[in-house]
Design a protein around this ligand. Structure first.
Ligand code: 13P
Ligand code: SF4
Length: 330
């Protein structure tokens, strides 16, 4: 979903506020408005684009982002942008992926501490040990990983294309890392045997089947959409499972009158702005890493052209190959 689908470019500030007024108190808006004005000006001066993940807060997602989407969409858009500078409003692995695909562009992240529990669960050395243990078994790596880990992999995947990637290899067995639950959720849908790693998303691992049961009890008729980083027992009791973009598509096509997105908190806020007619029930968990990016930090990043994300060349070439192999497929 391009933001141009929902926000005409060069919208006046007052019109931007109307988009987010249910989520940004009027008393806070003047503070945001100064940053937003500066960011819009800086983007033009620097020929910069802001790529924002679906978990960014509404005042980022609905006012300064040029492109919004899931990890797959952001990787794709990173390839096609004509901008000189990409500011990745998301987490570090997303900025690294953008850099891998755009070695000649400047890629910025607003806060270098915006990590990810999945990316931090595994190192390149771990992947090499797995290869020794399972000789000849290809390694499918979720993009929620460092460039160092991608460089040791055969191909990458996202939550939107994981099954397709696994089956594209035409082998009976794959290693899929680092998300154990994503691997288990894919394993339920494919004949390919999957060897998983024990990484977990600290946001999605906290949801339980009991949460869903309580939700259905308190909100009769609710449609439950769960991200595949949730434990399989949660996915089993959901009505639909998909990446963040998959959930947005589901809501757009099916328009469930009452819906719960079992994922990060800002998702519901962002999707609810596009669908004010639907009731969003919010049993969400916050991602502390996604929340490190704020409007003042985006402004500062564009003012000072920091923090630049780089990947050493030999490692970048191998990591890029794994990402490009995925993009060629999907
Ligand atoms: P997607 O947006 O690709 O579904 O990823 C979710 C996520 O947890 C990203 O950090
Ligand atoms: Fe990582 Fe989970 Fe946060 Fe996404 S939501 S960045 S997978 S910790």
């Amino acid at each position: 979903m391009s933001l141009e689908d929902v926000i005409p470019t060069a919208m006046p500030l007052a019109a931007l506020y109307r988009r987010v007024r249910d989520y940004v108190p009027a008393v806070e808006w003047p503070v945001h408005a100064g940053d937003i004005e500066a960011i819009l000006r800086l983007k033009a001066e620097r020929n910069a684009v802001v790529l924002a993940h679906n978990y960014q807060t509404p005042e980022i997602f609905h006012t300064v982002a040029d492109i919004v989407g899931d990890s797959l969409a952001l990787a794709r858009e990173a390839v096609s942008t004509a901008a000189d500078v990409i500011l990745l409003a998301g987490v570090h692995f997303m900025a690294e992926t953008a850099k891998l695909l755009n070695p000649d562009k400047v890629v910025l992240i607003a806060d270098t501490r915006a990590g990810c529990s999945l990316a931090e669960s595994i190192t390149g050395a771990d992947v090499r040990l797995l290869r020794e243990r399972y000789p000849g078994v290809p390694v499918v790596t979720y993009v929620n990983s460092s460039a160092e880990v991608k460089a040791e992999s055969d191909i990458c995947c996202t939550s939107a294309n994981a099954q397709k990637v696994v089956e594209s290899l035409g082998v009976p067995k794959v290693i899929m890392l680092p998300d154990e639950y994503l691997a288990q959720n894919v394993a339920k849908r494919t004949a390919v045997e999957i060897i998983a790693w024990k990484g977990h998303c600290e946001v999605h691992e906290r949801f339980t089947p009991n949460d869903i049961a309580e939700l259905r009890n308190s909100y009769p008729g609710v449609t439950v959409l769960a991200h595949p980083e949730c434990p399989p027992a949660v996915v089993a009791v959901a009505d639909f499972t998909g990446s963040t973009a998959g959930m947005i598509d589901y809501v757009g096509k099916n328009k469930p009158a009452r819906v719960a997105l079992i994922t990060e908190c800002s998702m519901s806020d962002n999707v609810a702005i596009a669908h004010p007619e639907l009731e969003f029930v919010r049993p969400c968990n916050l991602c502390p890493h996604m929340k490190r990016t704020t409007l003042p930090k985006i402004r500062r990043a564009l003012e000072t052209m920091t923090h630049e994300v780089t990947v050493p060349a030999p490692l970048a070439a191998r990591a890029r190959a794994a990402v490009e192999r995925m993009l060629a497929l999907t």
